[in-house]
Design a protein around this ligand. Structure first.
Ligand code: ATR
Length: 292
């Protein structure tokens, strides 16, 4: 995908700090959006060694950056250096977006809102739904927080390591005492038992993600009910084995591209104050995924 960006002395800079950062789609996605709207902004990937996170944030301030995205392994580490945290950042315990305003570092977790906006875009309203969340890592935390905020009926977190699911549920139950959250080990038996009792299943594990493209968190011998919506946060590949299984069962599916685009859109709007060009961002991601 081609776009023209002119970088000059007036250009506002945003970046991505992580280690490594070279596989991210965000530079392509944001720079295409800046070019589309004629924003005098540029987005640069910034590899930051784990021991240099504090210096990197000071450096961004010194260099007059408007903000940065934050990726693995710095999403927790940056938090102690920030001046303010959004509720989502505080309750998920992770920051993926920083906005630098008047010398203050403001931390956000845009994965939660990105996930909800992707559901809405797909015509899925989680309010009142019974949900199974597969996985209990950072992505699961954002999803469980987002769903608890949007008034789901109940949530079950299933994870290979059951203690990690227990920890997540305990933690978020404290913030949302009225919600019904339970956990289980992610096994064939557990999935078979919950399959008929939920409306939405969200895969937040990395199972099925490139290069592990032949795997699925859902065993082939456990039927997928056609009335359940299956959502995968994995976007590389877009059509995971998990979603292929769901489609074959006649169930509605939601892929991971929507969340990627919407979490980026929220950051874009914080930094620029302008509405994000969603379609351009989506196309930029698709062409990067296709290797263009
Ligand atoms: P992220 O921030 O993307 O969520 P993470 O915090 O490393 O990444 O979490 C990865 C999730 O995928 C975890 O729920 C992990 O399960 P464990 O907590 O048991 O490690 C899950 N996961 C990764 N590989 C898996 C596999 N082969 N089978 C089942 N679950 C897996």
């Amino acid at each position: 995908m081609e776009f023209n960006l002119t970088i000059a002395g007036t250009t506002s800079l945003v970046g991505l700090i992580g280690w490594p950062v070279e596989h991210s789609l965000s530079p392509q996605m944001h720079n295409a959006a800046f070019a589309e709207l004629g924003c005098d902004f540029a987005y640069v990937p910034l590899p930051v060694r784990p021991e240099l996170v504090e210096q990197a944030l000071k450096g961004l301030m010194a260099l007059n950056f408007v903000g940065t995205n934050v990726t693995v392994p710095h999403k927790q580490a940056v938090m102690r250096y920030l001046d303010e945290l959004s509720e989502a950042a505080r309750l998920t315990g992770a920051v993926n977006t920083i906005h630098i305003q008047n010398g203050h570092l403001l931390g956000y977790n845009t994965d939660a809102i990105g996930f909800l906006n992707s559901l809405e875009e797909a015509g899925c309203d989680p309010q009142g739904m019974r949900v199974a969340v597969l996985g209990a890592g950072g992505a699961a935390r954002a999803v469980v927080y987002a769903l608890a905020r949007s008034g789901v009926d109940s949530m079950m977190v299933l994870n290979r390591t059951a203690e990690r699911a227990a920890f997540l549920v305990d933690d978020l139950n404290e913030a949302f005492p009225d919600s019904t959250m339970t956990f289980k080990a992610l096994t064939s038996q557990a999935l078979a038992a919950v399959a008929d009792q939920v409306d939405l299943v969200v895969n937040t594990t990395s199972v099925g993600m490139y290069p592990d493209v032949e795997s699925s968190p859902w065993p082939a011998d456990v039927p997928m009910p056609a009335q359940v919506t299956f959502c995968d946060l994995v976007y590389n590949p877009l059509e995971t084995v998990f979603l292929t299984q769901a489609r074959a069962a006649g169930a509605p599916t939601i892929d991971g591209l929507g969340m990627l685009v919407h979490q980026g859109a929220f950051a874009f709007e914080k930094w620029t104050g302008q509405a994000a060009p969603l379609e351009v961002m989506r196309q930029a991601c698709l062409s990067k995924l296709a290797g263009a």
